[in-house]
Design a protein around this ligand. Structure first.
Ligand code: PFF
Length: 467
């Protein structure tokens, strides 16, 4: 390997393709599959797609490039990396370590739900999920299979533990032989599955109407306030989707080879991530549209879309059992490669900070994840009365990281690069792997002016209901 010393000490990716697939694996996750299609449907179809793509190639590109370059230049885990860039900003490293440590547990809880659905569909019991109705223990109301499932303690705990252990396999093995190998195998499988399922759903009768709804701009009721909300939603989604501001890209960047091109790698990761989100929309929007007879409200938010509506959609379509199985395998793979990157980020910090071996650090992180994740599992079963600021425990973890800590981290990272160490810090790193930095001007304008404003907008939006 031609890796520099920093990298070879801690392990590193053996090829550019390996790095791109691992980073794309991190980016492509639950966010692409259920969050993107529902947002696109809600915010005017084609309008959202267009705004999203413009943001991806400008704002997303800038933030991702910044993080990967910081990681590669310093060759350290997040805590050491931010400290090495500028001592005064060391606290950002701590924030970048705390964020994935808080996200990983609840992400694995949702990963466990996906595994349960995958198991049900693979064993050909998909029909029962769609049709099942239960009586709620406390209100006598009818509840779905999903609500019944997450309301229990036993099964969600078991699937959560299995998901954490599956995640840890690649991290235990290491960067090149574990994460890189697994990504090189899983990402092509994921791509094949998503292309295959989207071709199938598009071939169904009536899919054309759904496709139009998804792709054509819908200006009906599109006021200025909705336009602002669309921008905020697209910005937020991009942030979520590209695994930005959770320390991951800094960590993966620290394992990247110095001779590989940063700029083209970031472009390819972006294309992969956006393509998967777009294809997920091609599956979900037309399928739900046909099923609901054109009622777009069926595309509503949250886990309900994936765990309650989609099973009904699958059971209404020919060969729905097989498609359902393929779909939940796809979602499980997407979630797994993302949780691997979250765990690796935390493990890298523990290894560096406490000077522990990879194996010992993994064990520490697994225990921490199991303890914190159980809080989210309990929040839906034994502790339904426990609310933090009026939120379920899982929602609280999600909100505090995605809506508060991540925009703050990204905002301050922009200030750090744009105004403290200056863009030269990133430019020098980009120039190592190429003859010129094509997007130099764009980068500089984005990091100094546009990205900080977008970050403030993401921060403010949830608190201002009617912009
Ligand atoms: N980027 C991944 C996704 O779209 O699901 C991973 C991820 C995003 C994990 C946001 C956690 C998170 F809060």
């Amino acid at each position: 390997m031609k890796n520099n010393k920093n990298i070879s000490d801690r392990g590193g990716f053996g090829s550019k393709l390996g790095f791109i697939l691992a980073a794309a694996g991190s980016a492509v996750g639950l966010g692409n599959i259920w969050r993107f299609p529902y947002l696109a449907a809600k915010y005017g179809g084609g309008i959202f797609l267009l705004v999203y793509i413009i943001f991806a190639v400008t704002f997303g590109f800038t933030l991702m490039l910044t993080e990967i370059a910081i990681g590669r230049r310093t060759g350290k885990s997040v805590i050491g990396a931010y400290k090495a860039v500028d001592k005064r900003f060391s606290f950002l490293g701590v924030l970048a370590a705390v964020i994935p440590a808080l996200i990983l547990p609840y992400y694995c809880v949702i990963g466990g739900w996906v595994l349960k659905y995958m198991a049900v569909y693979v064993t050909n019991r998909g029909e029962s999920v769609a049709a099942a109705e239960y009586i709620s223990a406390d209100s006598d109301a009818k509840i779905s299979f999903f609500e019944h499932f997450i309301g229990q303690l036993g099964q969600p705990t078991i699937f959560f533990i299995i998901f954490v252990l599956l995640t840890s396999i690649a991290v235990f093995i290491g960067v090149e032989k574990g994460i890189e190998m697994i990504s090189k195998f899983l990402m092509p499988v994921l791509l094949l599955l998503i292309v295959g399922i989207s071709i199938y759903t598009l071939s169904l009768k009536g899919a054309g109407e759904g496709l139009k709804y998804y792709l054509l701009p819908n200006f009906e009721g599109f006021t200025f306030s909705k336009f602002l909300r669309t921008i905020a939603a697209a910005c937020g989604q991009l942030f979520y989707s590209m695994s930005i501001a959770m320390g991951i890209m800094v960590t993966y960047g620290s394992y990247m080879r110095k001779e590989d091109s940063l700029e083209s790698s970031v472009r390819q990761i972006e294309i992969f991530d956006t393509a998967v989100a777009f294809l997920a929309g091609l599956i979900i929007v037309p399928a739900v549209f046909i099923f609901s007879g054109g009622d777009s409200s069926a595309l509503n938010a949250g886990p309900g879309l994936m765990f309650i509506t989609l099973p009904k959609v699958f059971s209404s379509m020919p060969a729905g059992g097989v498609i359902g199985a393929a779909f939940f395998i796809l979602v499980a793979l997407a979630a797994l490669t993302s949780s691997i990157s979250l765990m690796e980020t935390v493990v890298a910090v523990v290894m560096e900070k406490f000077n522990l071996s990879r194996t010992k650090s993994c064990c520490v992180v697994i225990v921490l994840t199991l303890v914190l994740g159980m809080l989210s599992v309990l929040g839906y079963s034994e502790w339904t009365d426990v609310k933090i600021f009026g939120m379920q425990i899982l929602d609280f973890f999600d909100f505090s990281t995605n809506n508060l800590m991540m925009p703050v981290l990204a905002f301050l990272t922009c200030i750090l690069i744009g105004y403290s160490v200056k863009t030269k810090y990133i430019e020098e790193e980009v120039m190592l792997g190429e003859k010129r930095f094509r997007s130099k001007l764009l980068y500089s304008v984005m990091i100094k002016f546009v990205c900080p404003v977008c970050m403030l907008m993401i921060l403010i939006t949830p608190f201002v209901t009617d912009i």
